[in-house]
Design a protein around this ligand. Structure first.
Ligand code: ZN
Length: 189
């Protein structure tokens, strides 16, 4: 068991693109196991490899709640192949200790990925569930995108970041998401 150090917002590694995994080697399996140890140690529901300084296209999730246990999941080289509708999601991130803010997400996504056995899998998560939102949040990390890039209220998010001694939102990183904005236009903010 090994708990890895989670990088905080401001570390340039979090803005880099992660590399595709070509083979699920013993080294990758060890990384995945350490990522689970780290995620549980920090009480997170998801963790992406770049957050522990490994620029590999891998993330892990455990979206279990007291009411609904779920299996722990590993996503290698994930790609979202379908996305629909929009929701507002209140999110936090292990790289932003103590910061929670509302962001825009798709309400349903279909993701294709490789599992730890090297087998291709497809999963659809609908209804804006924690699983659905976590897939989008963690996949973003593999592209150097952070949840605050989807922010709805930049100014209150900046205040929160300052309170937690984290850098402000980078206005150049804020995503233009007309599809999400349009889907959300009927939703009261
Ligand atoms: Zn995160």
């Amino acid at each position: 068991m090994a708990t890895l150090k989670v990088l905080n917002y401001g570390d340039p590694v979090l803005r880099k693109d992660a590399e595709k995994v070509l083979k699920v080697s013993a080294k990758i399996q060890k990384l995945v196991s350490d990522m689970f140890d780290t995620m549980y140690a920090y009480n997170g529901v998801g963790l992406a490899a770049p957050q522990v300084g490994e620029l590999k296209r891998i993330f892990v999730l455990d979206c279990s709640t007291d009411e609904e246990p779920m299996p722990r999941m590993v996503f290698i080289n994930p790609v979202i192949i379908k996305k629909e509708s929009a929701i507002i999601s209140r999110e936090g991130c292990l790289s932003f200790p103590g910061v929670y803010t509302d962001v825009k997400r798709y309400e349903s996504v279909t993701v294709r990925y490789m599992d730890l056995k090297g087998k291709t899998q497809t999963m659809t998560a609908i209804g804006g569930t924690l699983l659905c939102r976590a897939i989008q949040h963690e996949l973003d990390h593999l592209n150097g995108v952070l949840f605050v890039d989807h922010v709805i209220d930049r100014f209150s998010a900046d205040q929160l970041l300052a309170e937690h001694h984290l850098p402000p939102i980078d206005p150049e990183k804020i995503l233009v998401e007309p599809e999400l904005d349009e889907a959300l236009s009927g939703v009261a903010l």
